[in-house]
Design a protein around this ligand. Structure first.
Ligand code: COA
Length: 154
């Protein structure tokens, strides 16, 4: 599939239409509601339509975490996810923090995607998804239980 170049990524306030995307990246509404107040939401716009989003959460004065990222399923596999991750790294640099972190399912394509964008593994949170999510998280037919933690020093 050809790639789509996103020309506009901008910060917006929380709005109901975002929840489908937010929940596709993180099925726990409770956890999303916990991190949104300390976060900024950015959306990718294509002809004024929101086709993707990411959430940058302040962890400390030096650290931001990419807590949530999703692309509308009709627009996936066209390079938008990668553009959003690279934009998040750029925004974190602009904010002047020292580090950007992310957590994702161990051994998933998402882990590889973050690594392709420059993230390096800093740790593993054993059984994170088992402990914090009611429903099983399944990626490519495999149940994901451990969270892999990655970061980039900026
Ligand atoms: N299986 C395997 N690899 C995949 C994949 C899949 N389902 N989807 C994307 N990739 C790979 C691509 O092959 C591409 O690799 P390349 O750069 O070597 O060609 C890379 O990931 C980037 O693909 P891209 O087109 O930029 O990603 P996307 O726009 O489809 O968005 C997600 C990626 C993760 C944001 C999107 O799949 C999504 O919204 N998923 C649901 C929510 C989610 O899982 N969020 C992440 C939580 S950690």
């Amino acid at each position: 599939m050809d790639s789509i170049e996103i020309k506009q990524i901008r910060k917006i306030d929380e709005e109901p239409s975002l929840w489908k995307l937010l929940l596709s990246a993180d099925p726990s509404k409770e956890l999303i509601e916990q991190y949104l107040p300390a976060s900024k939401i950015y959306v990718a716009l294509l002809n004024r339509k929101i086709v993707g989003e990411y959430v940058l959460t302040t962890i400390s004065s030096d650290v931001l975490e990419l807590k949530n990222i999703a692309v509308d399923e009709n627009y996936q596999h066209q390079g938008i996810g990668k553009q959003l991750i690279l934009d998040a790294i750029h925004k974190a640099k602009e904010e002047g923090v020292k580090k950007i972190e992310v957590g994702t399912g161990k051994d998933t394509f998402q882990q590889s995607l973050y690594q392709k964008c420059g993230f390096q593994i800093i740790g593993i949170d054993k059984d994170f998804f088992k402990k914090h999510y009611k429903e099983e998280i399944i990626e490519n037919g495999v149940t994901v239980t451990d969270m892999i933690r990655l970061a980039i020093n900026l």
